[in-house]
Design a protein around this ligand. Structure first.
Ligand code: NAD
Length: 317
């Protein structure tokens, strides 16, 4: 990757793709941003609108194009596909979006085997796995946004509860980006103190265990709630994608719970799932074998099993 000229192609110029393009443009990270959408006029219109704001940010080349633009891309971010309707789960989207990926991934692979592919479309863990199989790329170069967003939501909610800066909180949501995800309370900390201990001493509102469990349920149900209220989530996922692309482009070695292929992790293999991983210019440099309590390990296995069952329903030929 030429880190002086990062080019990012975004497939899908809908709510998530266009908001990400906007956030990326403001961040100044990319020199070139391309939008691809099967609705060409949407992609062209979004690019026109973005370009008209260029006077206020770093010079960036922004345009709509076809898949040939992936040729010299550093990162291709896939946000194309159906999104959840109120009361739909992410896994309800699987067959529709797998069919779309069977078109998109070969179209990207025709032009590049060098880009890192970042998958956002839901169910993101399943589509990360599907992309890996369809592209034949090494697993470090196919990344799902996974539970990075859920983890950001958790940190926000802990910060609001404990009245402390989000950046002083270390906590992860792992597992499926969806209904079987889990918080790793056993190693979550605020300023070096266990979250539970910190909360008991400085932030207690009720029973701390109940309070923390309630915060997690709010995280898990956030997307459902936002979709009911405004039809889609776009800002926080856009910020999440800026963070992941920044870690890649700037070779930051950030630890992020992205969705990645695991092999022999707690004895589990052949599934893409979120666990804290070092993300840098190579994509997922390494995933980390974090300590889990017995209960957390049980929940993580259940989450992986749920994803594996869903993978079995997909035909790859
Ligand atoms: P949207 O409907 O606004 O946009 C989707 C876009 O994909 C549309 O513009 C559509 O024309 C385009 N598209 C469909 N098929 C295509 C194809 N074959 N080639 C090119 N473009 C194609 O939806 P959205 O709100 O932007 O959500 C997009 C996806 O992102 C959904 O699956 C949603 O569930 C997911 N999402 C994921 C997260 C996460 O944390 N991983 C967060 C929010 C949304």
């Amino acid at each position: 990757m030429d880190s002086l000229k990062p080019k990012i192609v975004i497939v899908g110029a809908g709510k998530v793709g266009s908001t990400f393009a906007f956030s990326l443009m403001i961040s100044g990270l990319a020199r070139e941003i391309v939008l691809i959408d099967k609705n060409e006029s949407l992609a062209i219109g979004e690019c026109m609108d973005l370009n008209h704001g260029l006077s206020f940010v770093y010079p960036t080349k922004i345009y709509a194009a076809g898949f040939e633009s992936c040729k010299d891309a550093d990162i291709v971010v896939i946000t194309a596909g159906a999104n959840q309707k109120p009361d739909q789960t992410r896994t309800d989207l699987v067959q529709t979006n797998v069919a779309i990926f069977k078109d998109i991934v070969p179209a990207i692979s025709k032009y590049t085997n060098n880009a890192i592919l970042l998958i956002v479309t839901n169910p993101v863990d399943i589509l990360t796995y599907v992309t890996l199989k369809l592209s034949g790329l090494p697993s470090n170069r196919v990344i799902g946004s996974g539970t990075v967003l859920d983890t950001a939501r958790l940190k926000y909610m802990i910060s609001d509860y404990a009245k402390v800066d989000t950046r002083n909180i270390h906590a992860y949501i792992i597992g499926e980006h969806g209904d079987t995800e889990l918080p790793v309370w056993s190693n979550a900390t605020i300023g070096g103190m266990a979250v539970e201990k910190y909360s008991s001493e400085y932030a207690q509102h009720g029973n701390v265990k109940d309070d923390l469990n309630e915060l997690f349920l709010k995280v898990k149900n956030s997307a459902y709630e936002i979709i009911k209220l405004k039809g889609a989530t776009n800002y926080s996922i856009a910020m999440t994608l800026v963070k992941i692309t920044k870690s890649i482009i700037r070779n930051e070695n950030s630890i992020l719970p992205v969705s990645t292929l695991i092999t022999g992790y707690y004895g589990i293999s052949d599934v893409c799932i979120s666990i804290p991983s070092i993300v840098n210019i190579n994509g997922v440099e390494q995933y980390l074998k974090i300590d889990l309590s017995d209960e957390e390990e049980k929940l993580f296995r259940h989450s992986a099993d749920t994803l594996k069952k869903l993978i079995k329903t997909i035909k790859f030929d």
